[in-house]
Design a protein. Structure first.
Length: 168
């Protein structure tokens, strides 16, 4: 129990530092903004209680909000992503179900499974985040393009980090 708390604390700190120091500075002509901190929500155990998942997502988003100067946008998008995560896990569950104490990872469930899981959660997160940022439908298709491009880059970075996280 204590080991997993320490492990997830280290993952949280590393992802937030990566986001603040590196990924917040990546921006291609206003269309691509990778947000890899969402990986913290993706990697939490499958059987985490919903209330704890939502609190951790809010805390994660609020931390990014504080350092990015975007009050409430990342926290609301993160809470929505955490809210939708159990449904994505249920709809994308393996045939035999999840192992007790399982952590959603590429190593445990394969590349295809993790790609579908991460893509769905990231798309929900980015859709909420970018439409909250614009907060009007006048630029609907431009914002949709931002959502899609940023989601592709975010999922790519998440897959790269996940690939090297397990030391393959």
């Amino acid at each position: 129990m204590i080991n997993s708390v320490i492990r997830y604390t280290v993952i949280f700190i590393l992802l937030v530092l990566l986001q603040i120091l590196l990924f917040n500075n990546i921006q291609f002509s206003g269309y691509v903004n990778p947000y890899v901190y969402i990986m913290f929500i993706l990697l939490l155990p499958v059987e985490i209680p919903s209330w704890l998942l939502l609190i951790l997502a809010f805390f994660t988003g609020m931390t990014i909000d504080i350092f990015s100067g975007t009050p409430g946008m990342h926290s609301s998008a993160s809470v929505l992503a955490a809210f939708i995560r159990p449904s994505v896990l249920r709809s994308n569950s393996p045939r035999d179900g999840f192992e007790p104490g399982a952590q959603p990872s590429m190593l445990a469930y394969g590349f295809r499974w993790f790609l579908i899981y991460a893509t769905l959660v990231v798309l929900v997160h980015h859709t909420a985040l970018f439409y909250l940022e614009v907060f009007r439908l006048a630029d609907f298709f431009r914002t949709l393009l931002r959502v899609l491009l940023s989601s592709v880059f975010t999922v790519t970075f998440v897959l790269i980090i996940e690939y090297y996280r397990k030391g393959r």
